[in-house]
Design a protein around this ligand. Structure first.
Ligand SMILES: [Zn+2]
Length: 159
């Protein structure tokens, strides 16, 4: 999906990108102009202040909980019925689609230890960021599992 996020939702932005979504974060404050420029995106905000404007503009949006990025992610996944799979096919910083690279091509940019053990190297064609899977990947998986655990309605253990 394509999302537009408020500036204070940068952690949520990262995680939605990890799950493969096209996420743009507003640089400044919310304005009619900014919303108008991004009509094709679903707007995620922590404040209901803009609800009337958004409704009037016919823009889809979701008001998410404040402060807690894990609950924010839960709310988005639940509301849109999204799958929680770590796709890691978009840049965590700018949301561009990543392209696979051979590690030999980017050797000078990789710490020696990661070079030995890491795999699935990808490069962002827009901002030049380099990504790979390694020990941190398991950590991300565990973190996502923990978040999903919190997403379950309390008391329900089915599934
Ligand atoms: Zn990038």
């Amino acid at each position: 999906m394509k999302f537009l996020l408020e500036k204070n939702l940068s952690r949520l932005a990262k995680w939605l990108r990890f799950l493969g979504h096209d996420v743009k974060v507003l640089e400044g404050g919310i304005s009619r102009e900014a919303l108008a420029r991004n009509q094709d995106r679903v707007f995620l905000t922590t404040s209901s202040r803009w609800e009337r404007t958004l409704k009037k503009a016919g823009m889809s949006y979701l008001v998410v909980p404040r402060h807690d990025w894990e609950l924010q992610l839960c709310a988005v996944l639940r509301h849109f019925g999204l799958e929680a799979t770590l796709r890691l096919d978009r840049c965590a910083y700018c949301s561009e689609r990543l392209i696979p690279v051979r590690k030999e091509e980017v050797r000078e940019r990789i710490p020696p230890r990661a070079y030995e053990s890491a795999y699935d190297f990808t490069l962002c064609p827009r901002c030049g960021a380099l990504f790979w899977k390694g020990t941190h990947f398991e950590g991300m998986r565990r973190m996502l599992d923990r978040v999903l655990e919190r997403c379950r309605p309390s008391g329900g253990s089915a599934g």
